[in-house]
Design a protein around this ligand. Structure first.
Ligand SMILES: [Zn+2]
Length: 141
């Protein structure tokens, strides 16, 4: 893999969403968001931010989430990637697939729920793949 040149930059977590501290969202997904943010910072000079994780059934219904949404079990996380160009977004999504996200087929960018956003999933039984940080170190989630 490619794209990392040094430290991991934690993604911006403004906390203005239901699971504000992401304690009900799978920790490996939060790590994945940090990895994607690091990739975007290093490659495009642009940062990403979280805009949602675990959802209650009531909130999921409010935002028109599907009844089988991975958000209900804390296996999905939404990211605001609106600062990226279409080409940068396509690059980021290809990288996200390389590290094992959305392996069970959820669309990675869509306008369901909270407007256009990146929707990453890591369902039960799926795991992140190691990432080469580019400095001789590997990040093993
Ligand atoms: Zn989502």
């Amino acid at each position: 893999m490619r794209g990392f040149t040094g430290q991991v930059f934690p993604i911006d977590k403004p906390g203005n969403y239901e699971d504000s501290d992401l304690s009900k969202t799978r920790p490996e997904l939060v790590s994945a968001a940090d990895i994607l943010n690091t990739y975007a910072r290093n490659k495009f000079g642009k940062g990403l931010k979280v805009n949602g994780g675990w959802r209650s059934a009531a909130h999921n219904a409010e935002v028109n989430g599907t009844k089988t949404s991975h958000h209900l079990s804390g296996h999905a996380l939404d990211i605001d990637a609106s600062s990226l160009s279409e080409a940068e977004l396509a690059d980021l999504q290809a990288f996200a697939k390389q590290i094992g996200l959305n392996a069970d087929g959820d669309n990675m960018y869509h306008d369901k729920g909270t407007g256009y956003h990146m929707h990453i999933t890591l369902p039960e039984g799926y795991y992140l793949k190691s990432v080469d940080l580019g400095n001789g170190k590997f990040l093993t989630p």
